[in-house]
Design a binder for this molecule. Sequence first.
Ligand code: GLC
Length: 804
Amino acid sequence: MLNSGAISPVNIENHQISKELFGMGGLTGISQEENLLIVQGEHGILALNKMSEGIIRIKLFPELLTSRVLDMTGTIAVVKEAEHHFPEIQETKEAYLWETKHVILEISKSDCSLRFMDKAGNKVVNNSLLLWDEKMAVSGTFNVSPDTHYYGLGEKTGFLDKRGERYEMWNSDVFSPHVPEIEALYQSIPFLIVHEPQMAYGIYLDNPGRTFFDMRSQKDIYSIHTETGSFDYYFIAGPQIKDVLKRYTSLTGRMQLPPQWALGYHQSRYSYLSQDEVLQLAHTFREKDIPCDVIHLDIHHMNEYRVFTFDPVRFPDPAAMIQELRELGIRIVPIVDPGVKVDSNYEIYNEGIEGGYLCLKPDGEPFEGPVWPGPSVFPDFTDDKTGEWWGGLHRFYTEAGIEGIWNDMNEPAVFSPTMTMDEDTIHNNNGSPVSHGTVHNLYGLLMCKATAEGLKRNLDGRRSFVLTRAGYAGIQRYAAVWTGDNRSYWEHLAMSIPMVLNLGLSGVAFAGPDVGGFAYHASGELLARWIQMGALFPFFRNHSEQSSLRQEPWSFGPEIEEICRDYIKLRYRMMPLIYSLFREAAETGMPIIRPLILEYPSDPEAYNLCDQFLLGSDLLAAPIYRPGSTFRAVYLPEGTWYDYWTGEGVEGGRSIVALAPVNILPLYVKGGAILPQVEPVSSTLMEGNGNLQLDIYCTGSADNIFELYDDDGESYAYEKGKYNLFKLHLLESSEAAEFSIDSAHLGYTGKWTQWTLHFKNLQITERSQIKGLPDGGTVETDAGVLTLTFPQPKDNVRLRVEIK
Ligand code: GLC
């Protein structure tokens, strides 16, 4: 606990860089060398790459730092190579111009400052200055218009729009409550989306040391500061946020399609203490008819917190436990932390020392720091050989039938005043040593890479799942992210919406908080509301800390249990939608849950709207996040919307009041939507009833497409074409509603033998109004809903319902 001494005048920190500053000065030369455009200033060099038609990389070489060797090595976050096709340089009186298909870059002769413009000549960003001090701390300032809004920056506290905020990028194990003034959390994703009135663009700073993004201190300017390493940034063109995100994820990679079981409900607790307790828990889920796919094992499953061990007393027969759980449709995900117990009788510690796999102090001895097992050493994942060793250790788990791993404490967390490894710790970095301080934010990413690659090697063609706390740009390629040690506060329920939305806008589509809250005590009402919301989040895990009240779905009596059951079932009902959205995220980088600004970029109401979200583009959820609330305002963007529960239609472009007793999550479907659903199962391992239901929300004038994806959910056979992709298209006019199923790819037998289409708000009087019903199809009408049923299409289907 702090007292007022914390704000004593002597304690006020100032992160501004020191007063004596250096800049590029006037432009003295411009040249092309291989794929580099080299801008020579009086006091430094800017080296530029064209990464694609919409991405330009700029790396600063302050004269004080370098000779003339331009090292363009970036971090592992970037997967894209610079292009060799090179735009011509044009000269004007005051500047040089460099033009790609989407960007015109103007380089000023007077001070080497950069202006990025779109092809219409609209100024997009005016990077007026890059300045550095004698310690090589660099500050870049970017001019913006007064009506600018900011998104992205990964996992940060606060609201959706980061205007007026300042954040630090330094992966930190923060157990203190996550409040707005906490500038750094577990993840650091130095990627900012700048939304100007005319267009959006992105800036990605590829620096894994300590950096700052400041949208607060100066009027109409935002600034980016680095303390170590290089100022190496990418300008990413829009014009829409979706374009920026697609380009950013082409640069830093997209997630692999996860196994479908990882999209189910996860139950966790720090800790389930024994094999018996875990089995009991699993049986309770089945007895109570609550779906669940995964149980997590926290640190107590280990033998005195030694990673890659089971406690022989608490977990005497893990393989038998895993087998029994499998029969119940439940998988185990155990925790693996990076800290390896210092213990000369422990094989993994000895291998670490002997193999040279550990991070070293400047004196050459392994860095040791306390974590759960007491004094521990830390693998040096910057070396490929360490990654291979660590990945291989996962055979211990895969041989027992485990396919998912939870990587925690990988900032890395150390129980010391700095909360992490000493900054002068040495990473071998495949023979080009670097200090920890310059690459700190990469540690979690590299650990997850080793884990994911090790699991893949050992899983014989089955997909794996990795969950992580720490990460850097590109973490989406290896792991899902949970947002760390939140609390069972209503405020944290509310905050998890913008946090996960901004993670999605930062390339990390697969993310979620500890549902119910980790520390402190949930109430039944809080749990019910959080489960309602979490059921539609990409990652859905209930996790809590050992001294808090239990929060399994049945912990607060039958009424709350029923709500939890219903909403966990809602998730399984929506699985075809959720899985199709995961496939879209894997293909394009689009998030699973989206802020309204992504779909309605010119609607000012959406700029900072972060107490509601879209699942995909057509389903709008407005969670309740205050105790005792039974109604709330919901903003519906333009168009017609339908209450998911009652089917009632409402015109959007305004706010409405939604009634929400404790068992109701306000949920709206956009007119024109095509919503795929199935009867819920108790686990993705269980067979469903074979019926796919498509709810089609006719409005009279809709024109909407949904891409429905399916495959076996657990192997890589989809990469070889074993999947189904159906392009569903609803097109309405005053004469007819046309619905086409374009079987874009049929490579998988499929689990849906029958399709049932509910056309909402559509009535017929005669069967002859329906054309194109596939063989074996049936027709029913009831209360404004037309239902057509037919076997899974083997070909394209063109349905036409004529309106009389
Ligand atoms: C950290 C994790 C938490 C976990 C605990 C014990 O606090 O964030 O999720 O339960 O460690 O492993």
